[in-house]
Design a protein around this ligand. Structure first.
Ligand code: BG6
Length: 515
């Protein structure tokens, strides 16, 4: 880097009316992607209506998607194109009540849209889909499988038999990718018979979140943190993804899954990898993924011998969330009984030189007190306090808040001003997104969908990465079964079962407050 480029370029900043310098809306210049066609299997499903179609609409509005592109919803329902358009418009409006839909833009977007009714378990309807696709085969072709993974093999075989998966085509696999290593392996095998690894995009939408991508920049775009980022300076690490919503509405999926499969196997382990991996050579897909896999493989196995001290399973019962009474899990998912965990806390360890002896506490739960995702790096105390016993010195803490109120706070000790003795105060150096940026944060799917079209695999998981994550989680699942570890109950609106506090207390630690 030249000295010149190391200086802050004033061109990148603007002054607000209050005179405060704010980063210019760097995201406002969108580079259009090449024309493409995307078939969304599960086109009438929740994900398509809530996330995928709205994301494509937003990219279209920003001029990133050309009018030559096509978006084809595919599902079993016998709908006409007009009925499909009406359905997704209604969904857009109900999921985005704050947006006033521009008729002109929405109608222009609808020009790209089409619908095909297809039963993916039969061999019949594939030619109908074929008729909707670009016969010249010039467009980039994307198949998005937003359907239960049990159908992935059928879809891939159907595409192959109908000759629809051409050289330019790629497939996006939505989670859950199996329910254990074996089933994930079977899915990967079946998909791999039709698409080569470089054309398979295994999605984890957390990787598309702005603040999750910022982890890479924070760690590898600053020289300050790296010398401290290890067992010598870090006491422990906490990763929390707390949700205030319950599991209602998706009971049939959720009850078979539970929090470990639904959240830890993918989202939390990805956060853990990005926090703990070595610096990759570049952001190229395989450089990044290789470093993540090394972390997954270094995770100390949790077995029947230590599962009870290293994990806590919980399930919510009724309680108040945001002042409103929320029902218990069984009522939410309309079941008489269930042992599914809606909360899990784990004391994990990464067995390598950098992290030896550093506890990593991860937890996630539904119907928690509030929605909050954060990564906390708890530094060690100063080796010796020069201020005397009556003046406590709090250790530094780095809080990376992923959502909501995205921010990075480095809590430091400073002298409280004033006469009458020396008093220390712990205050944050605050890098708040809201204070510094005025851009709209794109939904994670917006970024990821455009990356699929661009052919950028960096934010998608490689087969061995998914399988390494399953190997570790299978160990926990098997151990739970072996020792018969039941769920502990926690009231909705709380911080989870008290056992999770005891688990940390045994190590002399405590969870940071999730407020
Ligand atoms: C999904 C899980 O992958 O992620 C859900 O299946 C969870 O259970 C969701 O609620 C959380 O994602 P976000 O983006 O809302 O934080």
């Amino acid at each position: 880097m030249t000295k010149q480029s190391a200086k802050t370029s004033s061109a990148n900043y603007r002054k607000t009316s209050g005179g405060k310098r704010m980063a210019q809306d760097a995201g406002s210049a969108f580079v259009p992607v090449e024309p493409f066609e995307i078939v969304v299997f599960g086109g009438t499903g929740d994900l398509a209506r809530r996330k995928l179609i709205p994301s494509l609409y937003h990219r279209f509005c920003d001029g990133q998607i050309s009018k030559k592109s096509r978006i084809i919803g595919a599902s079993r329902s016998k709908l006409t194109r007009d009925e499909y358009l009406a359905k997704i418009k209604e969904a857009y409006q109900s999921f985005n009540p704050e947006v006033t839909l521009s008729d002109t833009k929405w109608n222009a977007f609808c020009e790209l849209l089409d619908y095909v009714a297809i039963d993916v378990t039969s061999s019949k309807d594939w030619s109908e889909l074929g008729k909707k696709l670009d016969a010249s085969k010039k467009l980039i072709r994307v198949f998005y499988l937003a359907m239960p993974p049990a159908l992935f093999a059928n879809i891939c075989q159907g595409l192959k038999a109908a000759g629809l998966a051409h050289k330019q085509s790629r497939v996006v696999l939505e989670k859950p990718l199996g329910h254990d290593f074996k089933s994930a392996d079977e899915i990967n095998e079946a998909v791999g018979q039709v698409f080569s690894e470089k054309r398979i995009y295994r999605i984890d939408h957390f990787l598309g979140k702005e603040t999750v991508q910022n982890l890479l920049v924070l760690r590898f775009g600053n020289v300050l943190l790296e010398p401290l980022w290890n067992r010598d300076s870090i006491e422990h690490i906490e990763i929390t993804v707390a949700e205030s919503i319950g599991a209602g509405g998706r009971g049939s999926y959720y009850d078979k899954s539970g929090a470990l499969r639904d959240m830890v196997q993918n989202h939390l382990l990805q956060l853990l990898c990005l926090t703990m991996m070595e610096a990759p050579g570049s952001t190229a897909a395989d450089d990044l993924r290789l470093e993540k896999i090394k972390v997954l493989r270094a995770l100390a196995p949790i077995t029947a011998e230590n599962v009870e001290e290293a994990t806590v399973r919980g399930q919510y019962v009724k309680g108040k969330v945001d002042g409103e009474m929320a029902p218990d899990y069984l009522t939410d998912v309309e079941l008489e009984e269930s042992d599914a965990e809606t909360y899990v806390a784990i004391h994990a360890k990464v067995d390598n030189w950098r992290w030896q002896g550093v506890p990593i506490y991860i937890r996630t739960g539904k119907r928690m007190r509030t929605r909050r995702s954060e990564i906390i790096i708890q530094f060690k105390p100063v080796p010796h306090s020069i201020f005397g016993e009556g003046t406590p010195v709090n250790p530094n803490k780095l809080v990376i808040r992923l959502q909501p109120d995205e921010a990075v706070n480095l809590w430091m000790e400073i002298k409280e001003p004033g006469a009458g003795g020396l008093r220390l105060k712990t205050l944050p150096l605050n890098l708040s997104y809201a204070d510094n940026f005025t851009v709209r944060y794109p939904d994670a799917y917006e970024r990821l969908l455009m990356d699929v079209v661009r052919g950028n695999l960096s934010l998608f998981m490689r087969r061995d990465e998914v399988e390494a994550a399953w190997t570790w989680c299978d160990g926990i699942l098997n151990a739970w079964e072996e020792v018969g570890q039941a769920v502990s109950y926690y009231p909705a609106g709380s911080d989870g079962p008290t056992g999770a506090e005891r688990m940390l207390a045994q190590q002399g630690d405590e969870w940071s407050d999730v407020k």
